[in-house]
Each structure stands twice: as C-alpha cells, then as structure tokens.
Design a binder for this molecule. Sequence first.
Ligand SMILES: [Zn+2]
Length: 466
Amino acid sequence: MTHAVNNWDTLSWEDQQELQDKKIRTMVQEVAKYHPAYKKLMKENDINPADINSVDDFVKNFPFTEKKDIAPTDDNPFKPSYFLMQKVEDPAYQPRFMIATTGRTSFSTPFWYTNWDLDNIMAVVARRVMEVTGMTKKDVIVNSFPYSPHLAFWLVYYATTGNRLTAIHTGGGKILGTQKIMNITYSLKGSVFVGVPGYMYHVFKTALGSERFLSDIRLLITGGDRCTRTFRKRIGSLLQNMNANDTRICAAYGFTESRVAPLECPHPDGVDGELTGYHTYPDLEFWYCIDPKTGERVGPGERGELVWTALGGRGTIVMNYRTGDIADGGIIYEKCPWCGRTVPRISSMISRRSEVKDVQFDKVKGTLIDLNQFYSVMPTFEDVDEWQVILKQGESMIDELIINVSPRKKRKFNESKFKRELMAHVKREMEITPNQVNVMTADEISRSLGMETQLKEKRILDLRPR
Ligand SMILES: [Zn+2]
C-alpha cells in the first residue's frame, strides 16, 4: 500500500474512515513487531494486534502515550530510542534526519526521519503546505524561523526550496538581525513572510518605523506560537499602514511529535477574515479530541485535548499521543467552505494545558492561573504595544506576578494613569492583581523579550524554582 494518497483532500468522509481503519490496522501490526516501546506496552496490556481492526478499536484499546514517556531524563537519556522503529537488517529503517522539541529542560526530545520518511512524509507534506497556502513560483518567500533542528524551519525549507520556489532562509533575528531581515524583505520585494507571530510583528513595526514599506507582502505564514485574533488585527493594520492591502494569513499548528504541521487555508477576507482551521492530512495521521480530565473521546466540534496517531512511517513513531494542547472548538468534519477540502480541520484556537499554573499569591492557598489568557488580555488593552509576563518567587516564598510593558507612542502619556488602568484591566479580565507593572521603552522590552537573541521570544517567563 502506498503511503500518501493523491486525492487526500477530496476523499469522502466514508472513504477516509475506510482508509484510516485499514492504515491503523497495518500500523498496529507494524509497531507490535518493530517498535520497542509499543511492543512492550502491548504485551503488558495484553493487546493482540489482531483485535484492532479500526480506528474505534484503537481508541478503545490502545493506551495513551504522554510527553514524559518519551522525553529523555538524567537517569535515562536513551528513552527516545525506544520510540524508534527498529528493523536492523533493513536500511530503510535507518534514522537519517532529526528534528527536536524546544524543551526548557536540559534535554530536548529528538524525532527522527528515515530516508523513506523524508520522501513519503516530509516531501509530501511540504508539497501540501505549498498547495494549501497557495505559494507560487512568482513569490519571494522570506523565512524568519530560526536556524535550528526544529520542524518549523525545516518544513518551510522543504516547502519552498524543496519545491523550487524562491526563498531566503534568514535564520531569524538571532542569526541575521532584524535590520537585515527587514532590508532583505524590502529590497527583494518579499511577498510571503514566514515566522513566529511575535517576531513578525516586531519586523513589520521596525519596517514601518524605518519607512521601509513592505507593500509587496501578500501572504503571512505563522507558526511556533498562537496566532490570536488580536494579533491578526494588529498585524493587519501595520500592513495597511505600509500599503500592503490584500494580505492573507495561514497559521500552522506545528507539532514536532507528528513531524508534520497542519495549517489554515488563506481566508479571502484577508488577515482579519474568519479562522479557517488547521487542515489535517487524513491519509497520514489520525486526530481526535478527549476530555483532558477523563480521557474520554468528545464529539465533533467539542472542546478537548488533541490526541495524535501516526498512520504510517518509520523513524520515531508515537501513537495515541496526548499533545497537552486544547482545541477550543475541537475538530470539525465539514467540507472547508473556503478551499473546499474535505479534511478534518482542527479549530484555529489552541491553548496549552501546560500553561495553567498553580500560583501561591498568599500563604494559605494556591490559585490556578491560565497564562494562555494573557495572550488575549494584554493586547486588548489599547495602549499596550509589547508585553511580557514574569512569575517569580518573592520574599517569604510567596509568588509574584510582574508585567513588563511598552506603551504605544502617544503625544501625551501619563505613566501612573496607564499603570493603574492596566492593573484594573488585568484584574477585571483575569481576577488577579499583578504585583508590579514596569513601563519600558520599545528597545528595553525588545531586549527583555530576546527578539534578537532568542529562538522564540520570552513572552511568559516562569522563573520560580521547580
Ligand atoms: Zn480550507
């Protein structure tokens, strides 16, 4: 059976189901033979591969895999290798190319592709990324994802250079610096800009400030961080101020463990149009959503934690993998009204389970704070330009919440009024009062966020000891 299917995006729902049932059956048989971790797991749980004949059987019987099951530790740095398909005598199973997670711990988890995966997964998805976003040979594509062994950079590399499109892989602010990236985009008439949303905003703001109007930009592709409605609105108005009036946007949901990234198709109404959802690849992967508390599958369009399963492939393979990411609007199984593709679409708004933190504001009890909320609460305060949230342990072991912020340029600026109103805004929206608000200049906050030094800006920092 060939892996990828040519008509992947026009299959009927029935045909998709049939294909996925067939593929999951084969995949379970394969991992039972060649995958050290799943071979063991299936034995321990008394799972007979012959009993799994459909996606439904799989969901019912196959245990979850979580991040901690695969991440290397001080005690066992070899853990990820148990998730590599191993068939020693077959060269097609040799790991050849690696991407890694961006963990904050000293270890990041490697995910390997074999040559077969590069041809049948990476190259195939790279082609689909080009098709879904509508990049063409006429485009000049500026890739601002950092040079690193990360999915974002390499998928863009393969989707552009790999498909013989014109692209400049700048390495991001840390490598080339924002001035040069801006100048390249301007002088080469960049038409597609790719990168992390926060960094993209920084580049465009710098361009506007330097009167390097990036008026040829017609498409933005974002990844690596959430692409909120407020961001889209703000970036839209920046672009309009630079005379780029018909720009569209495709956010990607890059997820290292899957080694691919579903993405939005561009909405015809532009940057500020409706969110089209992440278009998944039903012949390569199986997604569903669960209630994060009970682990029970939820219905179509219902909020839940995303769970992912490979429907083929070699190298590093995870099955029934809990992503820790919550899709607010779940997964939608309706033909996309904008591009007409019949693929399951993950709702565009995703939040991270891991960003719900237990914070000790007083000695008596902890408070659960969903740090995800800051992404919508901060930019909706009109006078905020850039922001950063820091959690740290203060005196007598009590936690402190500090907000760094740079205000938008205005003729009259009353700092104490601004601080007071911002505090009240956060309190109203999140029912917590920050301990401190620091007003910074644009340069200061850009340094604090690490726009020119980090792979991804440090938007929310938890500095408390573990
Ligand atoms: Zn679409």
